[in-house]
Design a protein. Structure first.
Lengths: 244, 178
C-alpha cells in the first residue's frame, strides 16, 4: 500500500496541466479593482491628512477670533480709562483754555477711535456701541464745557461793551447803530484773539480754524447786539431817572 | 518580482501566474474531476493569491503558500457545489495490491483511480497521501474529527485497491486480448 501511495504521490506531484489561453484574462478582469486598491489606500490617507489640516485650520481661525475678541476687550478698556482720566481733569479745570485743550485732544483722538471702530465693526458690534456711547457722552460734556467757557467770555465782553456805552452816554456822545456795530466788530476780534491765544501761551487749533474761516456765527452776533441794545436802554433809563 | 507583484505590478503578477498555473491547475484537478471547473477554481485561487500577496510572510516557500490557497479553494468549491459525505461504512475486505499493478499505472490511470473515489474519501486521501497533511490538520480543514479523517483514509485505500484490482484485471484482460 505504501508503494502504491508513493507511486500515486509522485505521479500527481509531477503532473502539470496547462490552463486555457484566456485564464489570465479572467484573473486580470477580477483583479481590475485590486490594482487600484493601494491607490485607494493612499487616497484614504490623503483624506485623513486633509481632514486633519482642515480641523487644524478651523481651530486656528477659531482661536485667532478668540484672541481678537480679547484685544477688542482691551481696546474698550483703554477707551474707558481715557474717558475716566479726562473727566476729573475737566471737572477740576474751569478755565476755557484747558477746556479747549481737551477739545483739541478729543479732536485728535476721534480719528483713532473711529479707525478702531471701523476695524471692529464686523466683529463686535455691541462693543462698538459701547465705544460710540462713551464717545457721545464725552462729546456732550466737552460741548457743554466749551459753551460755559464761551458764555463766560461772552459775558465779560458784554459787560465791557456796556461800560463803554454807559461812559459814552455819560459824556453825552450820541450812540448810533453804526457805532454799536463797530464796537461789536471790535469785541468779535478780541473774543477771537482771546480764544486763539490762551493764557498759558498755547494756540487753540479750533479757534485758529474759526479765525481762518473768518466766520462768526450770525446768531451769536445778533444775540450780542440784542443784549447790548437791551442793556443800553436800561442804562439810558437809569441815567434819565437819575437826572430827573 | 514578488515585491512588484505586491505593489500591484500586473506584469509581475502575470509572470508569477505563468510560472505556477500548470502546477496549481494540477492541484485543483486532483480534487475536482471536471478540468473546466478545476480551472475556474484555480482562477479564483490566483485572484485570492494576488489580493493577499502582502499577507505572505516569507516563512515557507511561495509555491507552498499558493498551493495551500488552491487546496482550500478546491475544498471550498466541493463543499459548495457538491454534497460531500463522510460515511462510516467500513470495508471488511483487505486486499493487497501487487507491484505488478503499480508498474502499469500511468498518470491517467492514477487520476482515474482518484476520480473514482467518493468526494469525502478523495479529499482525505489526497490531503493525506499526496499533499502530506496530518490527520489533525485535515480534521481542522474539513471540520471533521480526526477519527473520521482516519476512517475516511482507510476506506479510500480499500476502495482504491478494489478499483485498482478491477483496472489491473482489465489491463491484463486487454493485454491478453491484444
Amino acid at each position: 500500500m505504501d508503494k502504491l501511495e508513493k507511486h500515486i504521490r509522485e505521479k500527481l506531484q509531477k503532473r502539470e496541466i496547462e490552463p486555457s489561453m484566456d485564464t489570465w484574462n479572467k484573473i486580470e478582469a477580477q483583479l481590475g479593482g485590486v490594482e487600484s486598491k493601494p491607490k485607494n489606500g493612499k487616497v484614504y490617507w490623503y483624506a485623513i491628512a486633509a481632514s486633519f489640516i482642515g480641523v487644524l485650520l478651523v481651530s486656528i481661525v477659531f482661536f485667532n477670533n478668540g484672541l481678537e475678541n480679547e484685544s477688542v476687550i482691551q481696546v474698550v478698556d483703554v477707551v474707558k480709562e481715557d474717558s475716566s482720566n479726562i473727566k476729573p481733569e475737566k471737572k477740576l479745570q474751569n478755565k476755557t483754555s484747558s477746556v479747549e485743550e481737551t477739545v483739541a485732544q478729543e479732536t485728535l483722538s476721534i480719528p483713532l477711535k473711529e479707525s478702531k471702530k471701523e476695524a471692529l465693526k464686523f466683529e463686535a458690534p455691541i462693543k462698538n456701541d459701547f465705544v460710540l456711547n462713551d464717545y457721545k457722552e464725552k462729546e456732550v460734556l466737552v460741548e457743554e464745557k466749551i459753551r460755559s467757557g464761551e458764555q463766560e467770555l461772552f459775558d465779560n465782553k458784554l459787560n465791557q461793551l456796556l461800560k463803554t456805552v454807559v461812559s459814552m452816554e455819560q459824556r453825552n456822545i450820541a450812540v448810533t447803530d453804526a457805532e454799536i456795530d463797530s464796537l461789536l466788530m471790535t469785541a468779535q476780534r478780541e473774543l477771537l484773539t482771546d480764544k486763539v491765544f490762551q493764557e498759558n501761551g498755547k494756540v487753540d487749533a479750533m479757534a485758529l480754524l474759526n479765525e481762518a474761516e473768518d466766520e462768526l456765527d450770525r446768531t451769536f452776533r445778533g444775540q450780542l447786539f440784542e443784549k447790548l441794545k437791551d442793556g443800553f436802554f436800561k442804562v439810558r433809563t437809569a441815567v434819565a431817572d437819575r437826572n430827573n | 518580482m514578488l515585491k512588484k507583484a505586491i505593489a500591484g505590478n500586473r506584469q509581475a503578477q502575470q509572470t508569477i501566474y505563468e510560472k505556477f498555473a500548470p502546477k496549481m491547475l494540477s492541484v485543483c484537478r486532483r480534487y475536482i474531476k471536471d478540468v473546466q471547473f478545476a480551472e475556474d477554481v484555480m482562477v479564483n485561487g490566483f485572484v485570492k493569491v494576488f489580493k493577499n500577496l502582502q499577507a505572505f510572510e516569507h516563512r515557507g516557500s511561495f509555491e507552498g503558500w499558493i498551493r495551500k490557497i488552491m487546496v482550500r479553494e478546491s475544498i471550498s468549491y466541493l463543499r459548495k457545489k457538491q454534497f460531500v459525505v463522510f460515511d462510516d461504512e467500513v470495508f471488511e475486505k483487505n486486499q493487497v495490491l501487487s507491484s505488478e499493478h503499480n508498474s502499469i499505472l500511468d498518470i491517467e490511470h492514477v487520476q482515474d483511480l482518484i476520480d473514482s473515489l467518493p468526494e469525502g474519501y478523495k479529499m482525505v486521501f489526497v490531503l493525506y497521501a499526496v499533499e502530506g497533511y496530518k490527520h489533525h490538520e485535515i480534521a481542522k480543514m474539513l471540520k471533521i474529527s480526526e477519527g473520521t479523517s482516519k476512517s475516511q483514509l482507510f476506506k479510500a485505500r480499500k476502495m482504491l485497491q478494489e478499483n485498482l484490482k478491477l483496472k489491473g484485471i482489465s489491463s491484463r484482460t486487454k493485454s491478453r486480448g491484444n
